[in-house]
Design a protein around this ligand. Structure first.
Ligand SMILES: *[C@@H]1O[C@H](CO)[C@@H](O)[C@H](O)[C@H]1NC(C)=O
Ligand SMILES: *[C@@H]1O[C@H](CO)[C@@H](O)[C@H](O)[C@H]1NC(C)=O
Ligand SMILES: *[C@@H]1O[C@H](CO)[C@@H](O)[C@H](O)[C@H]1NC(C)=O
Ligand SMILES: *[C@@H]1O[C@H](CO)[C@@H](O)[C@H](O)[C@H]1NC(C)=O
Ligand SMILES: *[C@@H]1O[C@H](CO)[C@@H](O)[C@H](O)[C@H]1NC(C)=O
Ligand SMILES: *[C@@H]1O[C@H](CO)[C@@H](O)[C@H](O)[C@H]1NC(C)=O
Ligand SMILES: *[C@@H]1O[C@H](CO)[C@@H](O)[C@H](O)[C@H]1NC(C)=O
Length: 354
């Protein structure tokens, strides 16, 4: 049985509230390109420095979306929307890899930028789900030591780049793995862009548009730290204004914590020094029923993009869905579905956790 669970952790807002929040926050004039010319480019490293920098450029009639994905530091994406089909990304590697990477990533012309934001995937969380009955509890069980994604080593994305599906995969494992939990396992971030709206063949089949790209995070083959482990991701984004405005509860990270998280150079490189970050935990899975422990496979899909979420999010097709209107206008991170793969047993039956 395939199982679909929304991003969990807090009470889901009602769909109508969600829609109005996102619509009112959408950047003016950028919405609704029906098709985009999408290109994926791995930006070559510098002086033999093996670094992964993936630029996805999605060009519409009068706007461009730039997604810059990198595993320089923890996996991160910088999303920039411009009001011209001609904007370009410029990378200065010597600056990007320096201790002060400010200005190492630039989108030109600067005055075409309508919106920019970033997401950083900082830690893989693991919890002991034994005896957890209240799935809305935070944290969902006793936390095990988390894995810092800044201390993972990642594959060469060039080898995974697939122009046919407009996708690429960052696959990593801890650099130091004393318990050998990842001896046979990996954590993968598969990024896919779309030139028009549609629905992938694989569950959870989130509806996408040309204004979004899909991120699928898969934990495969790693040994859990307990018999009933639940997993989650810690995600950080840039805050705007004094608070972390969101429909989901978030925590503002204090300055002491922030520099450690934002050693992700690409975020600093584009935005310069920042001291206002918001972080939140996305946890998923249920301690009853099928779990990671069954087949050591867990995959979780979400959409990242600008504008309102595809209307499908509001239909019962994708259940238990929960979106997060992150600190900046227009950014969507739409958590869609968790898929636990159970070998030999597959059905299209979807079940909400809520
Ligand atoms: C973008 O182009 C479309 C037609 O291609 C046009 O209808 C729309 O008004 C343009 N939007 C802006 C903000 O210029
Ligand atoms: C990745 O592999 C390509 C060739 O497949 C090579 O040109 C490039 O330098 C490699 N990049 C890294 C980061 O190792
Ligand atoms: C890149 O940045 C360095 C400073 O870190 C600067 O000296 C150099 O001129 C820049 N290169 C380009 C092409 O702008
Ligand atoms: C789970 O509950 C049982 C019975 O209440 C208890 O014996 C056991 O210690 C609990 N385990 C954990 C990990 O809390
Ligand atoms: C990794 O897989 C091999 C072969 O299946 C197995 O012998 C070994 O015990 C596994 N190691 C761990 C740490 O799970
Ligand atoms: C985990 O499972 C193993 C084998 O099924 C069992 O021996 C062990 O006691 C379990 N550990 C806990 C903490 O429940
Ligand atoms: C995420 O969960 C971990 C483990 O429970 C906790 O240490 C951390 O503070 C949480 N992060 C946020 C932003 O709530």
């Amino acid at each position: 049985m395939a199982r679909d669970a929304g991003v969990r952790g807090h009470r889901a807002p009602t769909p109508m509230l969600l829609l109005s929040l996102l619509l009112s926050a959408a950047p003016f004039g950028l919405l609704g390109e029906e098709t985009r010319q999408v290109s994926l480019e791995v930006i070559p490293g510098w002086l033999g420095n093996p670094q992964n920098l993936l630029h996805i450029r999605a060009v519409g009639t009068n706007s461009t979306l730039h997604y810059v994905w990198s595993s320089l530091g923890p996996p991160a994406v910088v999303l920039v929307a411009t009001n011209t089909p001609h904007s370009t990304l410029s990378v200065n590697w010597s600056r990007l890899l320096s201790p002060e990477p400010d200005g190492g990533l630039i989108v030109l012309p600067k005055d075409s930028i309508q919106f920019s934001s970033a997401l950083v995937f900082t830690r893989l969380l693991e919890f002991d789900g034994t005896n957890v009955s209240n799935m809305a509890a935070e944290p969902p069980g006793k936390p095990y030591p988390p894995y810092s994604l800044a201390e993972f080593s990642w594959n060469n994305i060039t080898d995974s780049l697939d122009p046919a599906t407009l996708s690429a995969t960052f696959q990593g494992r801890p650099t130091h793995d004393p318990t050998r939990a990842f001896a046979n396992g990996s954590l993968a971030f598969r990024v896919q862009a779309f030139s028009r709206s549609g629905r992938p063949a694989q569950p959870p089949r989130l509806l996408h548009t040309a204004d979004t790209s899909q991120l699928e995070v898969a934990l495969v083959g790693a040994s859990p730290q307990g018999n009933c482990s639940l997993f989650g991701l810690e995600v950080a984004t840039l805050g705007q204004g004094p608070d972390c405005p969101s429909i989901q509860e978030q925590h503002s990270i204090d300055d002491e914590y922030a520099p450690a998280i934002f050693q992700s150079p690409i975020v600093r490189a584009f935005f310069g020094p920042q001291n206002n970050f918001c972080a939140f935990n996305l946890t998923f899975g249920a301690s009853t029923g099928p779990g990671y422990w069954d087949q050591h496979y867990l995959s979780w899909s979400m959409l990242v993009g600008v504008g309102p979420p595809p209307m499908d999010a509001l239909s019962p097709l994708v259940l238990g869905i929960m979106a997060v209107a992150l600190g900046a206008p227009g950014l969507i991170l739409l958590g869609g579905g968790l898929v636990l793969l159970l070998r030999h047993k597959q059905s299209s039956e979807y079940q909400s956790i809520n």
